[in-house]
Design a protein around this ligand. Structure first.
Ligand code: SF4
Ligand code: SF4
Length: 135
């Protein structure tokens, strides 16, 4: 029996895949907002970590995938250490990144990086970006 919200079936398959990859049950989240308050990247994220989970609860994963939130997550584990429900949010972020990359949707396109940026950015940052943001 699908979960219905406002007459629309929630995409359980995406949530099931997140759980399969991350081992985390996003329904543990009670939307307390602690992760968003503690996240050092929050000011640069288009959607807060708390809201990203909320949107996925409602089956609105395309809004999450279209935002920069999972890509800017630094996997610093601050949110996880403070979450009252013990949700490992960095693992969830990683799962969403993987599911997006598996659809060949790169967040960073190497050949579109400007020459000036290649010259100025530390090589280790470039390598890290390619590993995390390309399929
Ligand atoms: S801290 Fe945990 S329970 Fe609170 S909003 Fe974030 S993920 Fe959900
Ligand atoms: S792991 Fe990601 S979402 Fe969590 S506090 Fe760090 S940057 Fe924010």
């Amino acid at each position: 029996m699908p979960i219905m919200i406002k007459g629309r079936a929630v995409n359980q398959e995406f949530i099931r895949k997140i759980k399969e990859i991350s081992g985390e049950d996003i329904y543990k989240c009670m939307q307390c907002g602690t992760c968003a308050a503690a996240c050092p990247m929050r000011d640069m994220m288009e959607i807060s970590p708390t809201r990203a989970i909320h949107l996925i609860h409602f089956g609105l994963m395309n809004q999450v995938k279209a935002s920069n939130t999972v890509w800017l997550c630094a996997s610093c584990h601050t949110c996880e250490s403070r979450c009252p429900r013990g949700l490992d949010l960095p693992k969830v972020m990683e799962a969403i990144r993987l599911l997006t990359l598996r659809e060949n949707e790169d967040y960073v396109v190497p050949f579109e990086i400007k020459k000036e940026e290649i010259r100025d950015l530390p090589p280790i940052a470039m390598v890290a970006a390619f590993r995390k943001h390309t399929a």
